[in-house]
Each structure stands twice: as structure tokens, then as C-alpha cells.
Design a protein around this ligand. Structure first.
Ligand SMILES: Cc1cc2nc3c(=O)[nH]c(=O)nc-3n(C[C@H](O)[C@H](O)[C@H](O)COP(=O)(O)OP(=O)(O)OC[C@H]3O[C@@H](n4cnc5c(N)ncnc54)[C@H](O)[C@@H]3O)c2cc1C
Length: 395
């Protein structure tokens, strides 16, 4: 594996730094703050401005709004977004998860209509998979899509989805096959406009800064063109999407940023690190470096059009467990100083000036990291099934 960043990516990195440090972007970052009604901040105006500069989807083909760059440009972009205090999850869901699926499995019409708009930051998306009784067991979902004349009619309920209040369109999995069809062949993926009649979006409280949503689908009517990848083809598409979602990139970038911030805070005022602090930071740094390598390897496989769900599961498991450990390490090393800023709102929660606020938020986000995008136990089960099944007896 090549560990070097290509020169074009270094150039892209400098371009992003210049852009992020511009007064225009900095003032937009400062405007993104939690709303008085408890909703997390609206980052869309900021994404639209970044989209105008053409930096949001570097690895996509140029004619679809990208730059024909390789995956290292995506890694650098995410590292920079997090370092500059730009909330990344709406972007990550819209471009890296939803967009990757449309790129891989959408029709020409879906690709040409959706991808350039996503790359410009003008369209945002969310994922409606999880239901009250089905999360890890996704093939068991009960939301149905049934035929009525020329249309599909969706009925069901989806929960724990992020960013739905700020999304224009959802990727929603529903059951199109009857009881005689196999669980995996009965699933189809639909594009659901969130302003369609019959869709209601309500907030669900969360320990983390970002709230969840409860989405009800009541008699939502959709045309055939709303299906991605064909009727009954949902499971293959979802598996492909998981290979992108589970690269671990979004966890690795946050782990790295939090660790740098913990180290910075420990040496504030010229204080010398204690030996046990050095050891803990070094251990965590090694894990973060390993996370980056696993993420890059999973992204390389996607770029080569050889998605590997077991490798991606390993990457997501390692990166999310590492991010969780780093978030808790902050508490171990910084103690109560880390949680107290929650009660002192003098510091912004986003933007380049945030500091303690980001570490404190990480501490509350940590428990969900081993669950979102695939629970750790389930991911390890996939890795074991794919990698250990052929081990010869006694081998
Ligand atoms: C921060 C966050 C963001 C999320 N964002 C979204 C989103 O945008 N869209 C969306 O649709 N969903 C989202 N989810 C939901 C998430 O995908 C589900 O929570 C997850 O798939 C687990 O499903 P569950 O909650 O039903 O738990 P379960 O599947 O009921 O799991 C509960 C426990 O049982 C264990 N378990 C389950 N099956 C097995 C097994 N076969 N072997 C061993 N152990 C097992 C799990 O590891 C877990 O510890 C999000 C969740 C979180 C925490």
C-alpha cells in the first residue's frame, strides 16, 4: 500500500486551508450554533458556500460536480472540516453515504439530477433505515411499499435517524416483497422527498448534541423513478452503501482532532506532561494512526470498485472504538475541567474557537459510537464470518 499523499492532494489541502481561513467562511462557521428550540445548528448555508468553491465531492467525476481526485482528497477534506470546527455529519451523510450509493447504483437520471446538487451543497439527505424493532436486524424491517396503480405507497416508522429535519430527501428501505419472498430479496430502496404528503418528522432527544428523529410514513405515494437499483435489489445496494459508510473516516478524523486537543490542553501554560500522560497519549496516537490506515485501505477498495464489507466493518469497528476511547481519555486526563464548560456557555460550540466545548460534546457522543452505522458486536461478527470461516481445522 502506498502511504504517500499525492501532490494533487497536498495542493487541494492548501486550497481548503486557505478557504477555511477566509473571513467569509469563518463568519459562516460562527453563525452555526444550536437553536433556542434545542435543534442543532443549521449548517446548510455554510455547505452551500463550500459547494460554490467546488470542494465538497473531490473524488467524484468532474461532470457530476467532483474533481476526479482520488480518495486521499476525501480524507484530507474531512480532516480539515473537523479541524476548522465545521459540523460534518450532514455533509458526511449527504455526500459520502447517500451520494456514494447514488453514484454506484443510481440511474443516469438520478445521478445527473442528484449528484451535482449534492456536490454544490444545495441538496441534503438523510438515511431512514432503523425502525423501533429493527436496527442490526435490518432485513427484518416492517415498513412496506405496496403497489397502487402506477404508484408505490409507503407505510411505516423510522427512528434514530440523524439530520432529517435539515434534509431534502431520504434514502428509505422498505419491504416490497410478500411473505413468500426471501428476507433479502424483499427489500427495495426508495428516494423519499421529506416534504412529500404523509411524511412527518419529529425530534427525539439524544445524549449527544445532535438530536435523533422519528419519521412517520403514512400513505406516502411515490413514482417508479423513486426506486434506486430496481425492485427487490435493496439488500445488495445497502451492503455496498455500508462499505462506504463503514470506512470509519468520520470517526478517525474526530479521534485525531480530539486527541490533538487533549494534548494541547494538557500542556497549556507550559505545564510538563507526567509520564503516565505521555504513555496514554502515545498509546492513543498509535491507535489513531492505525485507524487512518484502515480507513484508507477501505476507501482504496471502494475506489477500485472492489468494496469489501468485512474490511469496512473492521475499519468502522476500530475507528469508532478508538474515537470512543479518545473521548473518554479526555475525561480521564482533564478531569472535571472537561465537563464544566457545559455550564459556562461563554465558549462557542462550533467554529475555530471551540475547545473545551468540543471535548465535552465528544464525551456525551461517545456511547453512541459503537452503535451508529453498525453495532460493534455485529461488525465483529461480520469480520469473523468473512475472514475466519475458511481457516482449516487446527489451523
Ligand atoms: C449516533 C447514532 C446515529 C444513528 N443514525 C442513524 C441514521 O441516520 N439512520 C438510521 O436509520 N439509523 C441510525 N441510527 C440507528 C442505528 O443504525 C441502530 O441503532 C443500530 O443499527 C443498532 O440497532 P438497534 O438500536 O435496534 O439495536 P439492536 O440491533 O437491538 O442491538 C442492541 C444490542 O444487541 C447487540 N446485537 C444485536 N444483534 C446482534 C448479533 N447478531 N450478534 C451480537 N450482538 C448483537 C448489538 O450489538 C447491541 O449491543 C443511529 C444510531 C446512533 C447511535
Amino acid at each position: 500500500m502506498d502511504f504517500e499523499i499525492p501532490p494533487q492532494t497536498s495542493q487541494f489541502e492548501r486550497e481548503i486551508d486557505r478557504l477555511m481561513n477566509s473571513s467569509e467562511i469563518q463568519s459562516l462557521v460562527r453563525e452555526v450554533s444550536a437553536r433556542a428550540d434545542g435543534m442543532d445548528g443549521d449548517v446548510r448555508p455554510l455547505y452551500r458556500r463550500l459547494g460554490e468553491h467546488g470542494v465538497l465531492a473531490p473524488a467524484w467525476p468532474r461532470h457530476l460536480g467532483g474533481r476526479d481526485a482520488d480518495f486521499t482528497a476525501t480524507v484530507v477534506l474531512l480532516e480539515r472540516l473537523v479541524r476548522h470546527g465545521i459540523p460534518q455529519s450532514l455533509y458526511y451523510i449527504s455526500v459520502q453515504i447517500f451520494g456514494s450509493l447514488i453514484l454506484a447504483g443510481g440511474t443516469e437520471k438520478q445521478r445527473s439530477e442528484l449528484l451535482p446538487a449534492l456536490a454544490r451543497g444545495e441538496l441534503t439527505a438523510c438515511i431512514l433505515f432503523t425502525e423501533p424493532d429493527h436496527g442490526s436486524d435490518l432485513a427484518g424491517i416492517t415498513t412496506t411499499a405496496s403497489r397502487d396503480g402506477q404508484e408505490w405507497v409507503l407505510e411505516g416508522r423510522k427512528i434514530y435517524n440523524l439530520k432529517s429535519a435539515y434534509a431534502d430527501v431520504a434514502l428509505c428501505v422498505a419491504r416490497t416483497g410478500g411473505p413468500d419472498t426471501s428476507r433479502y430479496e424483499a427489500l427495495s430502496v426508495f428516494l423519499v422527498p421529506l416534504d412529500a404528503p404523509g411524511v412527518t418528522v419529529r425530534p427525539l432527544p439524544s445524549l449527544a448534541n445532535e438530536q435523533f428523529h422519528d419519521v412517520r410514513l403514512t400513505g406516502v405515494r411515490l413514482p417508479d423513478e423513486a426506486i434506486v437499483g430496481g425492485v427487490g435489489q435493496g439488500w445488495g445496494l445497502i451492503t455496498r452503501m455500508f462499505s462506504a459508510e463503514r470506512s470509519g473516516l468520520d470517526y478517525y478524523v474526530r479521534a485525531r482532532y480530539w486527541l490533538d486537543m487533549i494534548a494541547e490542553r494538557l500542556v497549556r501554560g507550559g505545564r510538563e506532561l507526567e509520564p503516565h500522560e505521555c504513555a496514554a497519549l502515545d498509546r492513543a496516537r498509535t491507535r489513531v494512526d492505525a485507524s487512518r490506515l484502515l480507513t484508507c485501505r477501505a476507501l482504496q477498495r471502494l475506489q477500485d470498485d472492489e468494496p469489501d464489507i468485512a474490511l469496512a466493518s473492521l475499519a468502522k469497528w476500530h475507528c469508532s472504538e478508538t474515537a470512543q476511547e479518545v473521548a473518554w481519555l479526555g475525561y480521564d486526563l482533564l478531569g472535571l475541567d472537561l465537563v464544566l464548560p457545559r455550564f459556562d456557555l461563554g465558549e462557542p460550540a462550533v467554529g475555530p474557537d471551540r475547545g473545551w466545548a468540543a471535548l465535552e460534546a465528544a464525551h456525551r457522543e461517545a456511547p453512541g459510537m459503537g452503535i451508529s452505522g453498525g453495532a460493534s458486536e455485529v461488525l465483529l461478527d461480520i469480520v469473523a464470518g468473512a475472514r475466519l470461516i475458511d481457516v482449516p481445522e487446527g489451523g
